[in-house]
Design a protein around this ligand. Structure first.
Ligand code: HEC
Length: 375
């Protein structure tokens, strides 16, 4: 009995400590999450750290300084911090033209965060890049496919983004006026018609250590509503959630939000952490799986691993910007299967078994959108 008490009090202290980190000087933690890194929290308190990133990156933005609006609270209307980061479209310009400086580019009002010119009711292609990662891409000319090839030709094996680099990928779904209170939403004008898009999914990659910290969140409707409305795009949660911040150890898929992050009563209380990934295999050698049912919805969910697939982001000396296929074979429903666990080294060899001079793009897949200098 005595022993049990001790265990409980240790875990109480721990959760109190995490809560006070969450509540502490909001200004510092916001800045830390947005441009800093926290290797300890990412590795040892992964799920709590994921929620910390989620609430800080979804804090309302101040358009004048491209950062968090200090006078606003989580859940207030308006663009969020990650929505004023540079988008993929603003980074990779035709002719591999050097994109604008961070300050010039960041206050465009969230342009390109949303489905553009795509007439479907959902879209999975909004990617945004934080200041550290953007400055790295800009200063190393990684927005040029020719430059990536020059690196491969020069024998550079890997590029290395600075710690604190962060990227986000978001998915949206068309919602109705009545849904607005339950969603982070945006209105888009199309053919004189205003369409409301609700945020349905969000991936966060944060370089807190060399193989990055991976987390993914989904709106609860992805598993109760959109899977019935759009079964092709929203196949539901095939892989159960794992959230030790919100759930008891006996039921990590409890489908709740954690306390202490200010989520209650805001639109953000309708989102769930589906899980985090810090390692390619667990301590029993089993490949770790993490998937977002919307963002990877057209693939075989059970063979999805953020780290494994992103490790295939490489560029060879010439040709394709996606030289190694990211899927291999199909499951019984015909959905493409991904690579899980440690990658097979033969993926990086040519037909004669010789290594191909690839430059590794440090897990950042969106660098495949780099442009040719002469087009
Ligand atoms: C089967 C391959 C695959 C899997 C699995 C995968 N991704 Fe990606 N991801 C991609 C590709 C390809 C892109 C590039 C999109 C583009 O062209 O901008 C991408 C883009 C991203 C981005 C934007 C920054 C970047 O690297 O381009 C983030 C963030 C991201 N993914 C996070 C995740 C997370 C978190 C998971 C796991 C839950 C995950 N991804 C699983 C293939 C994958």
């Amino acid at each position: 009995m005595k022993r049990l008490k001790k265990v409980i009090s240790v875990s109480c202290v721990l959760s109190l400590a995490m809560t006070s980190v969450a509540m502490a000087d909001k200004k510092d933690t916001l800045q830390q999450s947005i441009s800093g890194y926290n290797t300890n929290a990412a590795l040892n308190f992964s799920d709590q750290y994921a929620w910390q990133l989620f609430t800080d990156l979804n804090h309302p933005a101040d358009l004048s300084n491209c950062g968090p609006a200090r006078h606003k609270a989580l859940g207030d209307d308006g663009l969020t911090v990650w929505e004023v980061w540079q988008s993929r479209e603003e980074t990779f310009l035709d002719g591999a033209v050097r994109p604008p400086r961070w300050r010039e580019g960041c206050n465009d009002g969230g342009f390109y965060s949303y489905p553009e010119g795509n007439y479907s009711n959902f879209d999975d292609e909004a990617v945004r890049i934080n200041k550290k990662a953007y400055r790295f891409i800009r200063s190393k000319q990684l927005y040029s496919l020719d430059e990536q090839e020059r690196l491969a030709q020069d024998g550079v094996t890997d590029i290395d983004f600075p710690l604190g680099s962060k990227t986000v990928k978001a998915g949206w779904v068309k919602i109705e006026e009545a849904d607005k209170p339950f969603y982070h939403w945006v209105e888009v004008e199309r053919d004189d018609e205003v369409i409301i898009f609700g945020l349905s999914a969000i991936h966060i990659a944060s370089k807190d250590f060399p193989t990055w910290f991976w987390a993914t969140f989904e709106h609860v409707d992805n598993n109760t509503r959109w899977n019935l409305t759009y079964p092709e795009a929203f196949p539901g949660w095939v892989v159960p959630s794992k959230d030790s911040a919100a759930c008891p150890p006996s039921n990590l898929a409890c489908n709740q939000i954690p306390e202490g992050y200010g989520l209650e009563g805001t639109k953000w209380e309708n989102y769930r952490l589906r899980g985090t990934q810090t390692e390619i295999v667990d301590n029993r050698g089993n490949p770790t799986i993490l998937v977002n049912s919307h963002l990877e919805g057209v693939l075989d969910q059970e063979s999805m691993s953020c780290i494994s697939c992103h490790a295939l982001a490489v560029k060879g000396e010439s040709g394709d910007s996606m030289p190694i296929p990211i899927t291999e074979g199909t499951n019984e429903n015909g959905l493409p299967m991904g690579h899980i666990g440690a990658l097979n080294p033969t993926l990086f060899l040519d037909n004669n078994g010789s290594p191909i001079p690839y430059v590794g793009l440090d897990y950042v897949w969106t660098l495949r959108n780099a442009k040719r200098e002469n087009f």
